[in-house]
Ligand binder design. Structure first.
Ligand code: 3H9
Length: 704
């Protein structure tokens, strides 16, 4: 049955205009495909209609199939829009603005002509949600752009801007887009009489490329090997494009449909769909009033020109936002600016940034040496040394110089924001904006709500993160906030397992096999073992009961501070970053364990994985229980974008659900017996296990 409200059809000047009107992004949800089919039938039957325009209402063309329908039972359609479009007797022009993605582009490719506004983007991003284009995209796209480019687009899933799409032949014409509907009608009138109708399915001239370069499919397998690890979708995308080159069109479509069916319900596809929706859910803070007006932040200031402050300044310049970088020391400031310039220059050298773009970004960063000079910024982020007295001093000054309506944000990763806010006369305008290293690269932007933070401040900080293309996530004010706090058990168990006999390279391998790009010990070597060693020493000085970690401490004391020293958990050849297992490390581990009377034993891969990850699941539950995070899926997103958790596993809590809350709880309870307090199970986890509930469904009862 046609749902008329989601597709409109009207005739103007002899052109039948099919408008998809299914907000927010015109996904091919219930009724949309039927609506398109009904409109086509109507126009075909109307002698006054000489051609069609297919256009999207609102902000976009069509964002693809309705992802919410995947994994659910759906009736097999008796007719498909793709077939109806290209078998029609009258030409159809797809008029694209916003996005034509997945099924959106596939419908456009089944049209006879495609025009787009300059800002439009097209792509087949299905691989990013663990599937492949299932509406003929893998068969039609190679017929236009050739299999090599099709492989790149389909296996990467990247969005292609209109000008590139035009150069590739995906788009026939770019139109100004002042009034796309009228421009499309004009275009349709200009081609209405042309015959034969150009059908992508009939084209084959580009497919010969596969014969002259038969190695391209294996080359694609090699090129995407890293990204493909642990995931079936990229390989099947390649197989589908291969089918386009070896099978007649209809057979190729059948192959594509079969491969699509094999992917839709894989654990990876389910996990990636979960990640997609969780990344959108994280923006919602249920306690914020619906009618709240979020203040705009247009100009920024950053205090502290160290590595972190510099990275933060870059994050604004990268998003086109002017930023003043202040440091009282002109020497530190100069070094900071030089570091930023070097970072951009490296990107230019690599080809990921143009020289002009670098110049533009540099011009957005203004170095200044006095606080007074930043007073007119809409908001400031403090990124000075992590010491409460230093932070308080800075906030006192900021309170004095910043305009009254300015927000004062701190990038602290550990200090109590209530205390920092207490030295200002505007604690309601103070919040945490916690970046992850490197600040200009990592997507996570943790927004910390202190006890006096006003709703407007919280909303403004969340929006600020999104404005600079990061993912803002809410956290309450507690030690380590949400992300880092939940990660502490992981790091601790990583080291304690080594004391008990698991070897660093063994642990790294387990985590790499699990999907992490690099194992945790290799990461430690890259960032330097001395930093966490210094932190431990400081903690020990403040609290004598604090337990040092004899093995990493021993490595640092033996000069093995990581990659920069050519040795750490691994050994490195001069000028080479490849880690080599070092028997010296093994000997040191054995020696330290013996000195500390720790019995060594062997570990299974499963035990390693569970020991590393279950503690963090337990901590997640405690964080939610205490009202310091909104929902489990927020923490999953934080791990995806702050700590490189493998996306095709969905997130830590999602992965935990694949094992089951009950099993996770039982194991934690047994480790609690064996290892003591650090494994004390969360009450929320226990209740969830007892009720047979799901970890991903956990939500805070009240935010605190
Ligand atoms: C496919 O097409 C398969 C085919 O080959 C054929 C199979 C037979 N479905 O991201 P935003 C929602 S697979 C359902 O915040 P933006 C989204 O959840 C699909 N819902 O906006 C959000 O909802 P809410 C291939 C969708 O402007 C709202 O729309 N296509 C879909 O930042 C706004 O989204 C893709 O993978 C969808 N397809 O970004 C594209 N898309 O407000 C997926 C969005 O309740 N979509 N929603 O939170 C995107 O990449 C981005 O949404 C887009 C807009 C770039 C379009």
């Amino acid at each position: 049955m046609t749902d008329k409200s989601v597709v409109h059809f009207d005739v103007e000047d002899g052109i039948g205009v099919i408008t998809i009107d299914y907000p927010p992004v015109n996904a091919l949800g219930p009724g949309v495909s039927d609506g398109i089919l009904a409109a086509l039938d109507k126009g075909e039957a109307d002698p006054n209609v000489t051609a069609f325009v297919m256009i999207g209402a609102g902000r976009t063309f069509i964002a693809g199939a309705d992802i919410r329908q995947f994994g659910k039972a759906r009736p097999n359609p008796t007719r498909r829009t793709y077939d109806a479009l290209d078998q029609g007797k009258k030409p159809v022009v797809a008029a694209i603005h916003g996005y034509a993605l997945g099924g959106g582009l596939e419908n456009a490719l089944a049209c006879h002509y495609r025009i787009a506004v300059p800002s439009a983007k097209v792509g087949l991003p299905e691989v990013q949600i663990g599937i492949l284009p299932g509406g003929g995209g893998t068969q039609r796209l190679p017929r236009i752009v050739g299999p090599k480019i099709a492989l790149d687009m389909i296996v990467s899933g990247r969005h292609v801007p209109a000008d590139e799409a035009k150069a590739l032949g995906i788009i026939d014409e770019i139109v100004p887009g002042k009034d796309l509907r009228s421009e499309a009608i004009m275009y349709a009138k200009s081609i209405a009489g042309k015959r034969p109708l150009p059908r992508v399915r009939d084209r084959s001239e580009k497919l010969g490329e596969a014969k002259t370069d038969p190695g391209m499919f294996d080359a694609a397998r090699k090129q995407f090997a890293r990204r493909m690890r642990g995931q079936p979708a990229p390989e099947k995308c390649i197989q589908a494009v291969e089918a386009a080159c070896t099978q007649p069109f209809d057979e190729g479509v059948a192959t594509e449909r079969r491969l699509f069916g094999e992917l839709e319900n894989t654990p990876e596809a389910k996990a990636l769909r979960y990640a997609f929706f969780s990344e959108r859910e994280i923006a919602r803070i249920p306690t914020l009033p619906k009618d709240l007006k979020t203040p705009e932040i247009k100009t920024m200031a950053v205090v502290g020109a160290g590595t972190m402050g510099g990275g933060i300044a870059m994050s604004f310049a990268d998003a086109g936002m002017p930023v003043k970088l202040v440091d009282a020391s002109s020497e530190v400031l100069e070094r900071g600016i030089a570091r930023i310039r070097d970072n951009y220059a490296t990107s230019v050298k690599r080809g990921s940034l143009s020289q002009e773009e670098m110049a533009k970004r540099m011009s957005l960063i203004t170095p200044v040496t006095t606080m007074e000079e930043i007073g007119d910024a809409d908001a400031v982020i403090e990124a000075v040394f992590e010491r409460m007295d230093v932070k308080k001093e800075v906030f006192k000054q900021l309170d004095a110089v910043m305009k009254p309506e300015a927000f004062l944000f701190t990038n602290t990763s550990a200090l109590d924001i209530d205390q920092i806010a207490s030295v200002t006369k505007r604690p309601e305008k103070v919040a945490g904006t916690h970046y992850f290293v490197p600040a200009n690269v990592m997507k996570l932007f943790e927004v910390v709500n202190a006890s006096k933070t006003a709703p407007e401040t919280l909303a403004a900080a969340m929006k600020l993160g999104r404005d600079i293309n990061k993912i803002s996530g809410y956290a309450g004010n507690c030690d380590g906030f949400a992300a880092n706090r939940s990660r502490i058990p992981f790091t601790l168990e990583q080291n304690l397992m080594v004391e008990e006999g698991a070897l660093p390279h063994q642990i790294d391998k387990v985590m790499e096999d699990f999907g992490y790009p690099v194992g945790p010990f290799k990461v430690n070597d890259m960032s330097g073992l001395d930093i966490s060693y210094d932190t431990r020493k400081r903690r020990k000085a403040a609290d004598p009961s604090y337990r040092m970690l004899p093995i990493p401490d021993g490595l640092v004391e033996a000069g093995r501070v990581g990659l920069k020293a050519g040795k750490g958990w691994y050994r490195y050849e001069k000028g080479d970053r490849t880690p080599h297992v070092d028997p010296e490390v093994e000997a040191l581990i054995k020696m330290v364990a013996a000195q500390n009377n720790i019995e060594q034993r062997s570990f299974t891969e499963e035990e390693i994985l569970h020991r590393l990850l279950f503690g963090s699941i337990n901590e997640f539950c405690k964080i939610i229980e205490e009202g310091k995070a909104i929902r489990a899926s927020d923490l999953d997103v934080m791990w995806l974008h702050g700590f490189g958790f493998p996306r095709y596993r969905g997130g830590l809590m999602f992965w935990g659900d694949t094992i089951g809350a009950r099993e996770v709880y039982n194991q934690i309870a047994s480790w609690h017996q064996r290892y003591g307090k650090r494994w004390e199970p969360s009450a929320l986890l226990r209740d969830t296990a007892e009720k047979g509930g799901k970890l991903t469904e956990l939500k805070a009862e009240r935010l605190r």
